[in-house]
Ligand binder design. Structure first.
Ligand code: GLN
Length: 541
């Protein structure tokens, strides 16, 4: 639409966890709805090359892109809002920046110069930002800077922003997200933290163009004027960002604040185009006014940390809306499930989802949950390790292979029904070495998966080292667990289903990475539909 790519930086001040990812995704949504092509990128200030080796307690979920990047969970929000896939280039860390600069130094590319933070690191950062504009030719690139202004780690990023603002002038703006806290004792909203955080940016040479103020209460005009005056921004650029019931409300709230027009004005882009948010509004309406309710139990070992399963819980929301149902998630700690409490735990649950994971902690509880779902004919959805647990449970309790296991947990077990993939056997390095990203899966017709997808060939994203051991396939299939999806090139089992069960599906891939507001995932939709049927059948008994 425009011939030059425009850049929007989103920084955060005062405190972390203000929701920069959601604000970035909401800005992108509004600009996309006005007809611009937009992408969002996250710059993370930590030294890890990517979050793939990070414990979920450190970093929440690791989101995986089609091209196999292990990334920050904010990329999941970007995709869910925009319905456009991200890639390796959308998540950059300090580790990646330094790795690339050091490799260039080793190749002698700096011709004997001293390699320094400025200009070499900042040049590398600027290149990583502009590559999205140049190679993929987006109209607008939104770059979210991780961390909070003032952090030592994010200094080179802020310096790169300063340089880009200087170099690109009107093609580049900074949206600063801050907090306007309410002091109960004073009965007032306070602007000082915002003033300080803008001062901090100014000390680093960056004048923010727009301030998004997170607040629990309405920002009255007087307060907006005060913030505008102290922070050198126009009054229309002081944006109220009130706490919302749902993250999916935020684009609409931002539109009501005219954030999109203010941005377009500052970027010298046309403002007169219509904004088309019709389907988003329909989604929101259905989200707020469900006709049904359904209880889904998520069994995992990180349930006290909901961010570890972010894409799964969002997929459940999308597929709930697609079924006009409110999905109530019950988080079930896999380590706490045992034979004595299992009936009580699942008593009010209409569908059971066993989550992905690594290592042995909590696996017995997951296997117990599968057993319960299989025997009681409760819709069951196993994802990655969840699917592997379903295979182990079936082997032990139906095929009578009592010592069946995954070699991830028991290297020399009698029946390794889940085993390390051949290409993984020589791998010793941890980072970025799993089977990652999108692969083909061919579906057998007339089964749950193919009926849900209404397709024969699909692509889904992966993140694993272990797989179904094909030596056992015949035995499984003759006893009722069938491979309903396979990788057509390698024969790797991608989906298992159980016959004579209303809805029992395990996937080696992660369908949750591809569910978006515009396109709720077919398997999740089908799972929720089956859970609603299960609820109906059981309540009429
Ligand atoms: N740990 C299992 C594997 O590596 C499952 C991985 C997962 O659930 N993402 O195969």
């Amino acid at each position: 639409m425009s011939n030059k790519t425009k850049y929007i930086f989103v920084t955060g001040g005062v405190t972390s966890s203000l929701g920069k990812g959601i604000i970035s995704a909401s800005i992108a949504k509004l600009l996309q709805a006005r007809g611009y092509t937009v992408t969002i990128q996250k710059l993370d200030p930590y030294i890890n090359i990517d979050p793939g080796t990070l414990n979920p307690y450190e970093h929440g979920e690791c989101f995986v892109t089609d091209d196999g990047a292990e990334t920050d969970l904010d990329l999941g929000h970007y995709e869910r809002f925009l319905n456009v896939p991200t890639s390796q280039a959308n998540n950059i860390t300090t580790g990646k920046i330094y790795q690339s600069v050091i490799e260039k130094e080793r190749r002698g590319e700096f011709l004997g110069k001293t390699v320094q933070v400025i200009p070499h690191i900042t040049n590398e950062i600027k290149e990583c930002i502009q590559i999205l504009g140049k190679e993929r030719s987006y109209d607008i690139v939104i770059t979210e800077i991780g961390g909070t202004v003032g952090d030592i780690e994010s200094l080179p990023y802020i310096e790169a922003v300063r340089q880009m603002k200087w170099e690109l002038n009107n093609d580049c703006i900074v949206v600063h997200l801050t907090l306007v806290p309410y002091l109960a004792a004073a009965g007032e909203l306070k602007t000082k933290p915002t003033q300080h955080s803008v001062k901090h940016l100014l000390e680093m040479g960056v004048q923010p163009d727009i301030l998004c103020c997170r607040t629990e209460y309405k920002l009255e005009t007087k307060l907006r004027e005060k913030i505008a005056k102290f922070c050198n921004v126009s009054i229309d650029a002081v944006i109220e960002s009130k706490d919302a019931d749902s993250i999916y409300d935020v684009p609409i709230l931002m539109k009501n604040e005219n954030l999109d027009s203010v941005i377009l004005g500052k970027l010298n882009l046309k403002k007169d185009s219509n904004i088309d948010l019709k389907s988003w509004e329909i989604f929101l309406n259905d989200l707020k006014k469900p006709n049904h309710k359904v209880n889904i139990g998520i069994v995992g070992k990180y349930v006290e940390l909901k961010d570890a399963y972010k894409s799964i819980s969002e997929s459940l929301i999308h597929s709930g809306v697609a079924n006009k149902a409110q999905v109530n998630i019950k988080w079930i700690h896999s380590e706490k499930i045992n034979q004595d409490n299992i009936n009580e735990i699942f008593n009010d649950i209409h569908g059971i989802l066993v989550a992905p994971g690594f290592g042995s902690r909590g696996v017995n509880g997951k296997i117990n949950a599968v057993h319960y779902a299989r025997e009681n004919k409760i819709p069951f959805f196993g994802i990655c390790l969840g699917m592997q647990c379903a295979v182990i449970e079936f082997a032990r309790n139906v095929l009578n292979l009592k010592n069946a296991n995954t070699t991830e947990i028991s290297k020399n077990c009698d029946d390794p029904v889940i085993d390390l993939m051949e290409e993984q056997k020589e791998i010793s390095k941890m980072g970025g070495t799993m089977r990652l990203g999108s692969y083909n899966c061919k579906l057998n017709s007339n089964l749950i998966a193919s009926n849900a997808y209404k397709a024969n060939l699909i692509q889904e994203r992966h993140r694993h080292r272990y797989e179904f051991n094909n030596h056992y396939l015949e035995l499984f299939e003759s006893s009722g667990m069938i491979a309903s999806g396979k990788n057509p090139e390698t024969g790797l089992i991608e989906i298992v289903e159980i016959k004579n069960h209303p809805w029992f599906v395990g996937t080696q891939f992660h369908p949750e990475y591809k569910s978006t507001v515009a396109e709720p995932h077919p398997l999740f939709k089908s799972f929720i539909n089956a859970s609603l049927i299960n609820k109906k059948v059981n309540s009429s008994k």
